[in-house]
Design a protein around this ligand. Structure first.
Ligand SMILES: NC(=O)c1ccc[n+]([C@@H]2O[C@H](COP(=O)([O-])OP(=O)(O)OC[C@H]3O[C@@H](n4cnc5c(N)ncnc54)[C@H](OP(=O)(O)O)[C@@H]3O)[C@@H](O)[C@H]2O)c1
Length: 258
């Protein structure tokens, strides 16, 4: 059996899809999570308990891996966690480190994006063999912007902001390919098939959930919104994703989720 690929965040939205892709391709996988494996999880993979915010268990998680796909994210700790991961990887065999990042993080001054940019730089300067893929927002995140407001009488969207959401399983396919290939540095961004206004995406989400609400675009001030209005979160020249937002919503409705 080949040496495993470690997937940090292997229990998350992207991580779960990636683990499924790797296993389907006959790759040995080790999932990292802060929690022990659930009793009903019968996927044929190894499991490593580790909290990247503390580091206990990290060397064991990295032992004898050929690559690491770093999908774990914690809104407050991504820089420290990534530093800890790269330092431990240097100590334990220099595996290929593949990082998932976000389109436009150098232009949109959100604190989370600044942390992702710092994490990218840590990886690039770590001395490890590395690959970084940036993508636009996954469909589920864009749908969540609306579903979190479902109990309100109106749904608000930022006026003039557009998104180009992408199907997470397509991102997982690409990461699985990158993790098995030679380190490639910063690879071209991956974006969804359509650039859509936030209001239009909110209406589609409501329609698919059978909810009737008025969608109200709100003019918001500030640098973050200005950069989003200018399209810094989009990559229309990299619209390589094929799964549309409506296809995602329909699949979600079939699975009984709203
Ligand atoms: N969502 C998007 O639209 C989008 C778009 C582009 C890029 N990305 C990037 O894709 C990555 C994955 O996003 P996602 O939406 O799949 O995230 P998610 O569903 O929120 O999953 C986060 C994962 O991180 C793990 N985690 C959190 N804190 C941890 C810690 N201290 N130590 C170890 N593991 C920890 C969690 O594992 P446990 O809870 O099991 O410990 C979980 O598996 C992120 O880097 C994100 O920036 C996301």
């Amino acid at each position: 059996m080949d040496r495993p690929i470690l997937v940090t965040g292997g229990t998350g939205t992207l991580g779960r899809a990636l683990v499924a892709r790797l296993l389907a391709g006959g790759v040995s996988v080790r999932v990292m999570s802060r929690r022990p494996r659930r009793a009903d999880d019968d996927r044929p993979c190894e499991w490593a308990v580790c909290d990247l915010a503390r580091g206990a268990g990290l060397d064991a998680a990295l032992a004898d891996v050929r690559a690491v796909v770093h999908c774990a994210t914690d809104l407050r700790n991504d820089v420290a966690a990534t530093r800890r991961l790269t330092e431990a990887a240097r100590r334990t065999g220099n595996p290929h480190l593949v990082y998932i990042s976000i389109t436009g993080i150098d232009e949109v001054p959100l604190p989370y994006y600044r942390a992702k940019l710092k994490a990218e730089r840590l990886i690039q300067e770590s001395g490890l063999p590395w690959t970084v893929l940036r993508t636009t927002q996954f469909h589920d995140l864009v749908a969540a912007f609306t579903t979190v407001q479902r109990r309100l009488p109106l749904v608000f969207t930022p006026r003039g902001v557009r998104f180009q959401p992408i199907e997470v399983t397509e991102v997982a396919d690409r990461l699985a390919e990158l993790a098995r290939a030679a380190p490639a540095g910063r690879v071209p961004d991956m974006a969804g098939p359509e650039v859509r206004d936030a209001r239009d995406l909110a209406r589609a989400t409501l329609r698919a959930a059978g909810l009737r609400r008025r969608v109200v675009p709100v003019p918001l001030p500030g640098k973050i919104i200005r950069s989003l209005r200018a399209g810094a979160n989009l990559a229309p020249d990299r619209a390589v994703g094929t799964g549309t937002f409506e296809e995602y919503l329909a699949a979600r409705a079939r699975a009984g989720q709203r």
